[in-house]
Design a protein around this ligand. Structure first.
Ligand SMILES: [Fe+2]
Length: 345
């Protein structure tokens, strides 16, 4: 089974470091590559993760009218609170609720351009925040910005690898795409507790993806935190008791699975103090397939009142960022968002 490549933050932050070997092993097209890496030692990350992921449970427990007040229909629910609006495996997805916003631009510059908003409602609006949970804004923005800052370092090392293989790829191609982007979207996820029956794979192998179906992201890079499992019994928010053998048994097969280049599904347990990064479709197109998008799914954990909170940051380029000299591919970013999400009309 392939291991996830782990990079040290200090090495990533050193522009003279040559990480082309680990970058190729993490993100390349070889059969052992998973399309993911861990980054350990990011200053300040554990505290910011703890603060934000706990708030996912606090938000989900707010009264229904407080949550409805931050449902944003004009963006097809891609700002604010989204629950039961996306289609997964052909059905409305009620297994998880998501809080979406742009962690870099609280008010995107294009939000005053009606033509842009009409064309790209999923990106163009200002962020939406809940009055009942004012601390969400700072917690969400600060962790999102930290993940994007680390993502730019990962991208800069990917760029060196790309140029070494394709000298005509523009310098800083991936790093610039992320640094200039007005379309970065972060998603605070709350996976609601599910029944054992709903969580368990069926004998034919289906329902492996009981919390999130198999897909690739449309980003250049996606940054992920490890999940926080929360015991929400009696209306409280407590860390899941992993010393309880029944809880440990429920958690053991749960969480993120990546389909390797060799098509094998590999369970990926992100250490709590590490960030993880995955490759998205934009990087696959822009790198001419040197980097390959990462197919992944999430398997549920069935234990009464056990919820899962996590945070993902999708770093896609602006809609007019040229991904390749081939014009056909440059319409890609304009279409891909609509393919990725299938909200209920
Ligand atoms: Fe994803």
């Amino acid at each position: 089974m392939a291991d996830v490549i782990a990079l040290d933050y200090a090495a990533l932050a050193d522009p003279s470091a040559d990480l082309s070997g680990p970058i190729a092993a993490a993100f390349g097209s070889g059969s052992g590559c998973l399309g993911a890496c861990f980054v350990r030692g990011v200053p300040g990350f554990p505290e910011l993760r703890q603060r934000l992921l706990r708030l996912a449970s606090v938000f989900a427990a707010l009264p229904e009218d407080a949550k409805q007040a931050v449902v944003h229909t004009p963006s097809s629910y891609l700002f604010g609170w989204s629950h039961g609006k996306e289609i997964m495996n052909g059905k409305p997805d009620t297994a998880k609720g998501s809080y979406y916003n742009n962690p870099i631009r609280d008010v995107p510059p294009k939000s005053r351009d009606p033509d842009y908003i009409a064309k790209f409602p999923e990106y163009g609006f200002p962020n939406v925040w809940p009055k009942e949970l004012p601390e969400l804004r700072e917690a969400f923005m600060e962790l999102g910005q930290l993940i994007v800052d680390v993502g730019k370092l990962v991208a800069a090392h990917c760029d060196k690898y790309l140029v070494a293989n394709f000298p005509d790829i523009p310098a800083n191609f991936m790093e610039r795409a992320i640094a200039e982007s007005d379309t970065i979207k972060a998603r605070l996820l709350h996976y609601f507790p599910i029944s054992k029956e709903d969580a368990t794979p069926k004998p034919d192998g289906s329902n492996m993806d009981s919390w999130c179906g198999l897909h690739v992201d449309h980003s250049m890079l996606t940054g992920l935190t490890s999940a926080m499992y929360v015991d929400e019994s009696n209306g409280e928010i407590k860390d899941a008791d992993k010393s309880n053998p029944d809880v440990a048994a429920a958690l053991e097969p749960a969480g993120l699975y990546i389909q390797s280049r060799g098509s094998e599904f590999v369970q990926v347990k992100i250490p709590a103090d590490c960030l993880a990064f995955q490759i998205g479709e934009a990087a696959q197109v822009g790198s001419r397939g040197l980097l390959v998008a990462t197919p992944h799914l999430v398997r549920g954990a069935a234990y009464p009142n056990l919820a899962r909170n996590t945070f993902a940051v999708f770093m896609q380029p602006n809609v007019d960022y040229p991904l390749t000299a081939d014009k056909t591919f440059n319409d890609f970013t304009k279409e891909v968002m609509k393919r990725h999400y299938e909200p209920i009309a």
